[in-house]
Design a protein around this ligand. Sequence first.
Ligand code: NAG
Length: 320
Amino acid sequence: MQSAYTWIFTTGIIVFFVVIVVLLFFTRSPIELPLSFNGDVEDIPSDSEINVAGLSEDARLSYERAKTWQEHHPPNSIPTDITPPQFVSIQEKGVSAFEFEGEPEANCFVAGRTEIQFMEGENCVQTNLPLPRNQDVYYWEAKMYDMPESTVVSVGVATKPFPSWRLPGWNRYSIGYFSNNGTKCFSTPFNSKPYGMPYKHGDVIGVGYKHRTGTIFFTKNGRKLEEAYSGLRWNLFPTIGANGPCQVHVNLGQMGFVFVEANVKKWGLAPSQGTLSPPPAYGTERDTVLLAMGTSNDATTVIDMTVPPPRPPPYENLLD
Ligand SMILES: *[C@@H]1O[C@H](CO)[C@@H](O)[C@H](O)[C@H]1NC(C)=O
């Protein structure tokens, strides 16, 4: 009798610790990954009056508006940890769980999750999910698919929420590598520093993140540049901005990377295929939904509005 209780007690303790370990593993431990600002990220320079006065009228208005906006929507003021349902979705769908989302007020469009069309004006888009932290390095690439010389693109990362009319690098906390002058910029337009070569139409810019040191590095056309910043401890979202029309196609890991090391080491944001088998062709799926819902009288109009417009099947790229 005595030993039976001991056994139950021991099992209880073991189960308790297993649960704790699982929780620590799947939710991010604040001890292991403090949301602090250490490492070699230079202090964010205060934006002196002189700096601001040097901006053009449009740039100054955009800057002031973003500054006020961030006072009301500070970085990291919304929960951005990957939730258990999102975690499951990444496992099931693989990299297609990630997609770029334009803010409703932003003047740009996203097709097929990763093909971004920028229109007039300054705009940026971010992914729905942050860079995960399970493997040592995460990596993605952006191809300047159609980019006029007059357009400036910034490829980088940013926290959320982030003002949708600003390029990454210009506001807290974000990093951008700029196409026009090859500079890198961190959190304010006034600390842009020489970094890599400028880039243009046809070039592929890669971004790598090592979460243990909070390091961001870039690649250009498959060649690694020096590490840009380290000590970044926030949830970072792949972010791309442009100040005019252009088209940027992003590879989050659904295809082979131009940077060979990232292919060999499988640094994509998630496996190209998840645990779920590919869904049936879109047409079939849609018919089933309409058929199933068609029995209810007033549901038809609702369905017509909620069914998204036809898109290419999500697994298209895997067939290449
Ligand atoms: C490089 O270009 C970007 C975008 O126009 C600008 O914000 C930044 O200040 C420039 N840096 C330098 C050193 O000219």
